[in-house]
Design a protein around this ligand. Structure first.
Ligand code: ADP
Ligand code: MG
Length: 391
């Protein structure tokens, strides 16, 4: 672990040959192939996914790899270079929601869900490694799911559309793991392409790859993992979701996505209380900010997305109230040091922030952020490829 200055550059970045040898040392035979799936950062569009709105993630260069060989004896065996405890062995026939402990729940959930969906997937030996920070809001869990789903389906000659693969992974997390997550993270890992951010319209799942090449414009995006996760995050998510649903219901609309930006004031006036007004204002203005960022990126005016990102942070902090002291400190420090824009990314209450800077200022601004929050982990990033087969 390269604490302080970077992600875990030692793992997940080693050669495929060394990774193959690791598999052989664990399972005593060669893998049939190696796949990779990335973590993600959401550029803009936060807490909009469960309001049928817009999100705009891009893939990190950080990825989770899986070396895989099929088995025909009904066993799923998984091992991770990043987890203690050795090989976890599961009987496919015994898999059932709520029964698998520890990290193996994610691959077990994917295999179970694929089979529930009617795909005839056999057992497998799988070895993983990753350089996606775990638990940092950068979706190491989605990378783990997607790499598993892609490897198992491809090994069985199934060529599922990427969005369908992502939906199966989401379903596996909802049903088997038991977490009521949206579909953004898995879609990002499965569908993103290098040099682009992915505009995903969660209603209808329309997708467009939007050019997002920072280097060409002399810019850098820093990811700052605060390495804090406040305990109330999970409970708050459910309450926020219920609040948004209550606001939409009070307005007689299917979802807050259906509040027109130009009709926002009228909608706010029609809501019964201040909390629902705050939640609504965030979702409606956030969808608008996604549209603004897309228009700027399409026009090649990438620098100008900075203030839109910063406005998104203010909205998450003041209206949606999902920021925290550490995230605010990172954003405020970055802006005071001359960043073009900064915001928390992900669900909030900890996790990561993103900071847009002129490339020449990246080192100085990074140092100031780390001085303000020495326990943070910070790395510059670019938009990497989505899930793919390596070998
Ligand atoms: P995030 O997705 O933000 O990184 P989560 O809490 O959603 O955080 O997912 C982290 C969990 O995913 C880990 O606790 C572990 O169970 C699983 N996980 C992620 N990466 C790996 C890995 N490389 N090997 C094994 N398990 C992993
Ligand atoms: Mg996750």
């Amino acid at each position: 672990t390269d604490a302080g200055t970077g992600a875990r550059t030692d793992a997940g970045a080693g050669s495929e040959a060394a990774f193959e040898i690791a598999f052989k040392n664990i399972y005593g035979r060669a893998p049939e192939g190696i796949w990779a799936a990335p973590g993600r950062v959401n550029l803009i569009g936060e807490h909009t996914d469960y309001n049928d709105g817009y999100v705009m993630p891009f893939a990190l260069p950080h990825r989770t790899r899986a070396a895989v060989a099929r088995r025909d004896d009904g066993l799923l065996r998984v091992h991770s270079a990043d987890m203690d405890g050795g090989v976890v062995e599961l009987r496919i026939d015994d898999l059932a929601p709520g029964t698998t402990r520890g990290w193996a729940v994610y691959p077990a959930a994917v295999l179970w869900t694929l089979r529930q969906a009617g795909h005839d997937i056999a057992g497998a030996d799988i070895h993983y490694d990753s350089n996606v920070p775990v638990g940092g809001g950068l979706s190491s869990s989605a990378a783990l799911q997607v790499v598993t789903a892609l490897a198992l389906t491809e090994l069985h000659g199934l060529d599922l559309p990427r969005q369908e693969l992502a939906l199966l992974c989401q379903s596996s997390e909802n049903t088997y793991v038991g977490a009521p997550v949206g579909v953004m993270d898995q879609t990002a890992s499965a569908c993103c392409t290098e040099g682009h951010a992915l505009h995903l319209d969660v209603r209808g799942l329309g997708q467009r790859q939007v050019p997002f090449d920072l280097a060409a414009q002399g810019l850098q995006l820093l990811v700052v993992d605060t390495r804090v996760k406040h305990a109330h995050a999970d409970g708050a998510y459910g309450e926020l979701r219920a609040g948004c649903e209550a606001a939409a219901a009070a307005l007689g609309l299917p979802a807050l996505r259906d509040v027109d930006f130009d009709g926002l004031d009228a909608a706010l006036a029609a809501l019964p209380d201040e909390r629902l007004r705050r939640l609504t204002r965030h979702v409606v203005t956030e969808n608008r900010r996604v549209e603004e960022v897309i228009a700027l990126l399409d026009a090649g005016r990438t620098r100008e997305i900075g203030p839109v990102l910063t406005a998104g942070h203010a909205s998450l902090r003041d209206d949606f109230r999902v920021s925290c002291a550490e995230l605010d400190l990172v954003v405020d420090t970055a802006l005071a040091a001359g960043a073009l824009g900064a915001r928390m990314t992900g669900g909030g209450f900890g996790g990561s922030a993103i900071v847009l800077v002129d490339a020449g200022e990246a080192e100085r601004i990074s140092a100031e952020i780390l001085r303000a929050l020495p326990t943070a982990r910070l790395f510059p990033t670019t938009a990497g490829p989505g899930a793919h087969r390596l070998v």
